[in-house]
Every structure is written in structure tokens, then in C-alpha cells.
Design a protein around this ligand. Structure first.
Ligand code: CA
Length: 243
């Protein structure tokens, strides 16, 4: 029984990988033709299947792609709303496209469940590196493990659900990944650098602020039974009561 489940998980994972490597479907949501056209062309040249829409309404109405490349400044809708609406129905990777200097945008976007962002202007090569990193990360999520149980906290990794005292928490994608990274070894300090690598696949120093934002909202959702302790200058440690 258990073996069967593992086999199924394994074959699903490899199917996912094949799909990501070859005929991945990307939806470019971008209102400016001058930006969208070379992007679509460049991605197609790399073998991706690319569709493009120019409005938020069209993005939400389109068939669900394997990855969204989402411009935050669209004529009809706020990119955050689009992000939020996508997340209510799917875990599909989202890469936000932001303008230079809009750091608040990025933090909010990541909080709403975007997986990564790219800053205009950017080249197709950089974009492809981001796409590969995001898909590697999302397909490498530890989905073969059954879960983590630590005191009041229970993490169902395959179901991507976290429960405290049996109560499911409404976590964003990143919050869930962050909690999983911390809960994998309860009581052990996980460094900021490690979290950036595991959860964001980056070593970009500016994003440590992003960690703080996510830790803060995660703490709020965890309540009092599960604590994330700050270890100054190093990182964070998870403590769960009722051991
Ligand atoms: Ca725009």
C-alpha cells in the first residue's frame, strides 16, 4: 500500500519534470506590445509554449498555464489582485515583472504568493534562468515525504497543509515552504542564508527583508502553540509546545 503510493508519487514527479523541461506552457501577462513581443519570441525560441494576454481579466479567463509571467502594472487590474485570485485556485508558479526601484511591490507580491520576480529591463536569458529556478524549486518540493509532526504542529507535505492542534492554517505558498523548512528540524536554528536558498532559491542579500515579512505573518497565523524564535544574527528556530 505504502509502496504503491510512493511509486505513484515518483511517476507523477517525473512526469512533471518532463512537462516542465519540454512543453511547458507559459502565459505572459503584459500590456505593452514592445515588451511582450520580444519576450514571447525569445521564450518560443527556447522551446516553451507561450500565450500572451494584455489584461488581467484575460489572464484570469485563460486556461491555467504551467507558469505565469505577470506584469504588475496592467490597465484594468492590479497585479496583486490577479496574484491573489490565481492563488485561490492554484499553486501554479508565478513570476512577477516589476519596475526598477519598486521594492515594496516585490515584497507584497511575494507575500501574496508569487514565487519570484524579475526587474525591467531584463533579457530573455535572465528570465529563462528564473523560470528554471522556479520550476526546479516547485517540482523539488519534498512531496514524497508524508509529513512532519512536532508537538501541536502537523505539516502534511504532500497535501501542502499545515495544522495547529488539528486546525488548518490559511498559509500562502511561501509561508508553507518557510514553515516546512523550519519544521523539518524543530529546535534547530535555520540560518537566513539557508532559508533564502531553500525557500527562495536565492542568495540575494536584499531579500532577507522578505524573510522577516514572511516570518511576521507566519507567526500571526501560528498563534501561541507554535513559536518561531529569532536567533539574532543567525536565523530562526521553531518551537512547538505539547511535546
Ligand atoms: Ca504594464
Amino acid at each position: 500500500m505504502r509502496e504503491d503510493r510512493k511509486e505513484t508519487a515518483k511517476s507523477t514527479a517525473s512526469l512533471d519534470r518532463i512537462r516542465h523541461d519540454t512543453r511547458m506552457n507559459i502565459l505572459v501577462v503584459e500590456d505593452e506590445d514592445a515588451i511582450a513581443a520580444p519576450l514571447v519570441e525569445g521564450l518560443q525560441r527556447e522551446g516553451y509554449q507561450v500565450s500572451r494576454v494584455a489584461t488581467g481579466a484575460d489572464a484570469l479567463a485563460a486556461p491555467l498555464p504551467d507558469l505565469f509571467l505577470l506584469d504588475l502594472r496592467l490597465p484594468d487590474m492590479d497585479g496583486y489582485d490577479i496574484c491573489r485570485q490565481i492563488r485561490t485556485r492554484s499553486d501554479v508558479p508565478i513570476i512577477m515583472v516589476t519596475a526598477r526601484g519598486e521594492e515594496t511591490d516585490r515584497v507584497i507580491g511575494l507575500e501574496l504568493g508569487a514565487d519570484d520576480y524579475i526587474v525591467k529591463p531584463f533579457g530573455v536569458r535572465e528570465l529563462i534562468a528564473r523560470i528554471r529556478a522556479v520550476t526546479r524549486r516547485t517540482s523539488n518540493r519534498p512531496d514524497t515525504s508524508d509529513g512532519i509532526q512536532s508537538g501541536a504542529l502537523e505539516v502534511d507535505i504532500r497535501g501542502r497543509r499545515a495544522l495547529v492542534n488539528g486546525q488548518e492554517l490559511p498559509l500562502t505558498t511561501k509561508e508553507f515552504d518557510l514553515l516546512t523548512a523550519l519544521a523539518a528540524d524543530p529546535g534547530v536554528v535555520v540560518s537566513r542564508k539557508q532559508l533564502l536558498q531553500d525557500v527562495w532559491d536565492t542568495t540575494w542579500y536584499g531579500s532577507t527583508k522578505t524573510i522577516d515579512v514572511h516570518i511576521a505573518s507566519l507567526r500571526k497565523k501560528l498563534g501561541t502553540a507554535v513559536a518561531i524564535e529569532t536567533v539574532r544574527g543567525i536565523g530562526f528556530r521553531l518551537r512547538s509546545d505539547a511535546e
